[in-house]
Design a protein around this ligand. Sequence first.
Ligand code: PBG
Ligand code: ZN
Length: 328
Amino acid sequence: MEVMNNFPHVRLRRLRQNEKIRSLVRETHLRVDQLIYPMFIAEGAQEPQEIASMPGIMQWPLDQVTQEARRIADLGIPAVLLFGIPNEKDAVGSQAYAEHGVIQEAIRRLKAELPELLIITDVCLCEYTDHGHCGVIHNGTVQNDESLNLLAQMALSHVEAGADIVAPSDMMDGRVGVLRQTLDEHGFNQTPIMAYSIKYASGFYGPFREAAGSTPQFGDRRAYQMDPANVREALRELEQDISEGADMVMVKPALSYLDVIRQVRDHCDLPVVAYNVSGEYSMVKAAAQNGWIDEQRIVMEILTSIRRAGADMIITYFAPEVAQWLNS
Ligand code: PBG
Ligand code: ZN
């Protein structure tokens, strides 16, 4: 029974025996230049204000945005995603597209001081409306077509202030097309649109809504964001945004939707972005603060899994910590 003496013939552990070999055969890599860092900028703030449910994440006053962004750029992180918290909200989110709104001002400061850092802006009305919904409301429902004009004005005002990429997150039908047309008509045909194409109505946005002050005052977002149970519909959202001219497509949240990221990756050739959202961050932070998990190990494992699922880029609140780990 010589064959039996050699059993097993196939030994997968041969390629796991030391770090040099493991590194040679590693299939997925996480690099600093694949990370995007979200930042909250509060018009009324004098001091950085930590978000209670997101340890380490601040609402920044306009005066300190550049300082914090310089730290991010120095870590090698190529891009930030900006969210604004205005002083004044109204039914149509006027401050979202005001020439001197909080985000427009933040963009101007950042571009003046750190021209190299890519500025991506979230384009959505919910932080700016007094009712907290992502569009204009009539008869208790969010109006699709009427909201599109305002979203287009918002995107244009960001780009005029110097934004490099706009990221519509409202989930209205037709927004990518309207944004593309508006930007093109104003001479910005080189500005990419990073579309939040597949955005689920998710409980994982809870801490963000505290951070951005954007909780809906009545109802929820299920009439415009996607049902977590659906994936065929995700591919329809994808096709809609591609046909309207999206340059990059996003799946959000990431962790409960790794299968969706994989399907999107297999379905199209556009760059795929995954948003590792606030609730995903808070859960890890809370467990780590209790000493229940090894934070660095878990974060690296999570982000690697998002890459393995098929994401090219990851928007994550962990970006600065990960950059430090990767750089050291
Ligand atoms: C705004 C927006 C939200 C997030 C990004 N853009 C919240 C929402 O749709 O309620 C969530 C980000 C996060 O949870 O980290 N539409
Ligand atoms: Zn919104």
